[in-house]
Design a protein around this ligand. Structure first.
Ligand code: GLU
Length: 378
């Protein structure tokens, strides 16, 4: 789906969607308990989307807010108290999600990420493999930052950014940021009554940035409009569309489909195209994998690279580094990210998958380069 599509078409065609929910939607401000009925209504929407063949990942805040209440802490706890609150609140949060999904037979899967899991390619490969496996089991990953070990220097800082990184990692085509406003306005609508709502964004201009306004005062969560636009920008670079809209009402996803006001960021690229461009342009190969004819043909046909097809390894690279793939005549087949180091590639090249385990003593990732991590040469 490209920028030529309308928000409605984008919404109807999205296959993999990341839904980000902030603390203020999950936690009732008066009681401090999870908003169970609202969660049930959201789970109904998610279940319906899954029945329609869509994959859904949730990025959920609320651990700190729920834990703080359970511990009777103040609104601004010390760092260690906040980490302790997150440890306690996270189980309460997952309890609420599990409860909401249970009537639909959906398994909620807790996935706690730290900044390194999306910023270091080696770890990124691991986190992505786990999320992909969860999706293949039809579970709904419910992702949060691992606040119990995160400190200021090593934090995403807010779940809007985390959700954008997750969207990028799993090549989602749509990121939904459920908010307490219905998207972007040309000016702050609380101060300027004639401010106009912006329903579609097809270029990230300075005017759009300016609409983020000043950093928000911190409420229950930490994301304001600024962090939402920043998240939309990260998703944009990955070819993923973003919608910002009001989430408080019951069945928020149905509301969006029925035309509730929203701001849609519609990038020109698809996730696949953006990733291909990144692989082709942005990466400096640290080595070469030479492949036999059969493997070269299979790769050109869209397959992943297996150890059995490798006949030579050049250079020194680690897991997660970029490598060039050439055939035995020296022709470039493509460029990709190796899931194995050069030393490991040398040890297992030419081996069938069952032999790989015998050579290494453990079962590693089956592909040396996963097909999603390979950009074929033109
Ligand atoms: N990860 C935090 C929590 O679960 C919230 C961060 C945010 O809302 O941006 O409480």
């Amino acid at each position: 789906m490209s920028a030529t599509s309308t928000p409605h078409a984008m919404l109807a065609s999205a296959r993999r969607v990341v839904v980000k929910i902030g603390s203020s939607l999950i936690v009732d401000p008066d009681s401090g308990a999870p908003r169970a009925e609202w969660l049930a209504s959201l789970a109904t929407d998610i279940s319906r989307w899954r029945d329609a063949g869509r994959q859904v990942l949730v990025v959920s805040s609320g651990a700190v807010a729920l834990g703080r209440r359970a511990l009777g802490l103040s609104k601004s706890p010390a760092l260690e108290e906040k980490q302790a609150a997150a440890a306690i609140g996270q189980t309460l949060l997952m309890g609420a999600w599990g409860h909401a999904f249970a009537p639909f037979g959906i398994l909620a899967a807790q996935a706690l990420l730290t900044l390194d899991d999306t910023e270091t390619r080696r770890r990124w490969l691991n986190a992505r493999a786990t999320l992909e496996t969860l999706l293949s089991f039809s579970a709904v990953p419910v992702i949060n930052e691992n606040d119990t070990v995160a400190t200021a220097e090593i934090r995403y800082g807010d779940n809007d950014r985390l959700a954008a990184r997750v969207s990028q990692m799993v090549a989602a085509d749509l990121l939904l940021l459920l908010s307490d406003v219905d998207g972007l306005y040309t000016a702050d609508p609380r101060k300027f009554p004639d401010a106009c709502h912006v329903p579609e964004i097809r270029a990230l201009t300075p005017e759009i940035e300016a609409m983020a306004g000043a950093p928000d005062a911190k409420g229950m969560g930490s994301g304001g409009m600024r962090t939402k636009i920043e998240a939309a920008r990260i998703a944009w670079g990955a070819g993923c569309a973003t919608a910002i809209f009001r989430g408080e009402a019951f069945n928020p996803l149905k509301g969006l489909e029925s035309g509730a006001p929203a701001s849609f960021f519609l990038p020109p690229e698809t996730p696949h195209g953006a990733r291909r461009q990144w692989l082709k342009g942005g990466l400096n190969p640290l080595g070469v994998l030479v492949v036999d004819e059969g493997a070269a043909r299979a790769l050109r046909g869209g397959a992943s690279l297996l150890a059995v097809g490798i006949i030579g390894v050049e250079g020194s690279f680690g897991r997660g580094d970029a490598v060039a793939v050439r055939d035995s005549a020296g022709t470039l087949v493509g460029k990709g990210i190796s899931a194995w180091s050069a030393d490991h590639c040398r040890a297992i090249m030419g081996r069938k998958s069952d032999e790989v385990e015998r050579v290494l003593g453990y079962r590693g990732r089956p592909a040396i380069i996963h097909r999603d991590d390979l950009a074929l040469a033109d």
